[in-house]
Design a protein. Structure first.
Length: 600
């Protein structure tokens, strides 16, 4: 696919990354040299190669170079912790791992604990026995770049949220990917004139298909948002703090396709109205990953005159439906795309219309199955149909509507979290007796993670969080931990999870409005400090009044939790972008003092 596109559009720009512009001819040259470099260090057909890095051109180069060697690319979330990384590397029998500087310490920790040889390839400075990515690009081995027949073996491994406390590894071939990307490109009439902006993670199916595969397939340009880090910690700034840069890229590069999510679109709505004309070239704004709240859909249409179109897909299938109607109904995910068949069945496996049931999908892009899970494969892949586990309905016009899942995941900050995975992590702490984990709503109709815990002995919330930090990514940590003497059960001994969920009430202290109360600077600073500690799960950390919030771990996920708490506490409307306009406790308290005084 890449070679065919490069023949047609050799001098067209393929990737823009900050000041860097890579043409299709440049990209083929780099992929060819990198593929030769991989071959020179022993990469063979069928080897699994993990890609553990953030959005950058090297992610795309690595994928195509791995594919050229008929090896298997394992795309991993760069937010994973070492123990998570170990599990995925072991299950896939990875032979190599490619990391950038942001993930290299986690990578080294994981590989150091594995009792097998995994070669680390690093973008940047190397340590003992590691290989430089840049040096591999200087390798010159004769490679056939004119005739690459379609490889029938496995080409990519991607993980999706599991329903058993462990994520599942989806296996896909080149044929699956080609079918998938052609379905998407043809459905939206994507051409070499289009420009896609890459903000969503490339490791996830959504970003992988729309940003790694589709621009190459169509010969069009991809704009990657370059990172911007806090100088003091090296941590990347959250996307909600970089909306001005996002608007600049969309306007200057004349972006036509924007794959986003509810956090990105809410951030755009909260931005300065002077950006209202920056989106003039946009043809499509897509949202995927979780249901788009109605107020975001309406606010975006009102502010920018554009519809956000919901896209439904899965790692197992690729894109299934997109709402491409001229008049968009936000509750609908649109009709199945070309060559994609969808049906809904009842509990007896009978097809139904205009009733909710389980959604089944059949298409040439559906995966051949999960890695090393033959029993599960036999249950969810039947007679050519994939049983998604999603609950939905098809109306008379074949529009798809979704109502949830047979197995409940927690949608938090654009990620799907399996509550069983979090429960397993918490249960391994020696002071914990029982735990149940679920999602509770916040103000943007997303969820935050709550854990209800019974104990064997006295324990503090921070102990549990400290224990879990080494086991799961930060976005999977519970924001709320409630201790109880016992969990509610029915007469058969089953835990009444719904009872716990229905009994959830926002913290009374946070619900109490302080807008009418006169607060001095010290009181305001104490309140913000308390909210920061709770939202970022930072326990007994010493908090400095002039230290930026980002250094304490404020990111695109927990920023909405902190926003939620401040709004409830002071009975005000509050944009998350203000955390970067007033980035310290001292500056934020001064701002809030003015707002409270005005409201009074």
């Amino acid at each position: 696919m890449l070679l065919n596109t490069a023949e047609k559009y050799a001098n067209n720009v393929a990737i823009v990354y900050g000041e860097q512009k890579i043409t299709f001819a440049n990209l083929v040259d780099r992929v060819t040299m990198l593929s030769a470099g991989f071959k020179s260090i022993g990469m063979q057909t069928g080897d699994c190669v993990a890609i553990f890095m953030s959005n950058r051109p090297e992610f795309i180069e690595s994928f195509y170079a791995i594919s050229c060697n008929n090896a298997i690319a394992l795309t991993l979330n760069p937010l994973y912790k070492a123990d998570e990384l170990i599990a995925y590397l072991m299950q896939t029998d990875a032979k190599f791992i490619i990391s950038d500087s942001a993930g290299i310490q986690t990578c080294r920790q994981a590989v150091g604990k594995i009792n097998k040889k995994i070669q680390i390839i690093v973008l940047g400075d190397t340590a003992n026995n590691e290989i430089s990515y840049e040096e591999l690009l200087t390798t010159h081995i004769s490679m056939n770049t004119t005739n690459h027949p379609l490889y029938r073996g496995e080409v990519v491994y991607q993980y999706s949220s599991g329903s058993t406390g462990q994520a599942k590894c989806i296996v896909r071939t080149q044929q699956h990917l080609l079918e998938d990307v052609n379905i998407y490109v043809n459905s939206i009439n994507m051409s070499s004139d289009d420009v896609t902006v890459g903000i969503v993670p490339l490791n996830h199916l959504y970003g992988f298909e729309l940003c790694v595969l589709a621009p190459i397939c169509s010969g069009s340009k991809l704009i990657l948002l370059e990172p911007s880090n806090l100088a003091e910690t090296g941590k990347e700034l959250p996307i909600v703090s970089r909306m001005n840069r996002v608007f600049e890229l969309i306007e200057s590069e004349k972006v036509t396709i924007l794959p986003g999510n509810q956090i990105i679109y809410q951030g755009m709505i909260d931005s300065d109205l002077r950006h209202a004309n920056a989106l003039d070239f946009l043809r499509f704004c897509f949202s995927a990953g979780s249901f788009l709240p109605q107020h975001i859909f309406e606010g975006f249409k009102r502010q920018f005159g554009l519809y956000i179109r919901q896209l439904y897909g899965s790692t197992e299938t690729g894109v299934i439906t997109i709402n491409l109607h001229e008049d968009v109904d936000n509750s609908s995910y649109g009709t199945p795309l070309n060559n994609v068949n969808v049906k809904v069945i009842d509990e007896n496996a009978n097809p139904i219309t205009e009733q909710y049931g389980e959604v089944l999908v059949k298409s040439p892009s559906v995966t051949q199955g999960y890695l090393k899970l033959s029993e599960l494969n036999s249950k969810v892949f039947k007679d050519g149909w994939f049983h998604t586990g999603d609950l939905g309905m098809l109306d008379r016009e074949n529009n798809l509507f979704l109502s949830g899942r047979k197995v409940k995941f927690i949608s938090t900050g654009g990620y799907k979290v399996d509550p069983l995975e979090v429960e397993k992590a918490i249960k391994t702490y020696y002071k914990v007796k029982e735990v149940i984990v679920f999602g509770v709503p916040n103000t943007i109709e997303d969820e935050v993670i709550k854990a209800v815990v019974t104990l064997k002995e006295d324990c503090e919330k921070n102990e549990i969080l400290a224990h879990c930090r080494s086991l799961v990514a930060d976005y999977k940590l519970p924001k709320i931990i409630e201790f109880r003497d016992e969990l509610p059960r029915d007469n058969m001994g089953k835990i009444l999870k719904k009872h716990l969920m229905d009994s959830y009430q926002p913290n009374e202290l946070l619900s109490q409005s302080l807008a009418s109360k006169e607060l001095n600077a010290e009181e305001l600073q104490h309140i913000i400090k308390t909210i920061l500690i709770d939202a970022c799960n930072i326990g007994n950390t010493i908090i400095e009044l002039n230290r930026p919030f980002g250094e304490y771990g404020l990111n695109s996920i927990n920023v909405f939790d902190m926003k939620d708490r401040i709004e409830k506490k002071f009975n005000i409307t509050f944009s998350p972008i203000l955390f970067w306009n007033y980035p310290t406790i001292e500056s934020m308290s001064a701002y809030l003092a003015d707002i409270i005084q005005e409201s009074n």
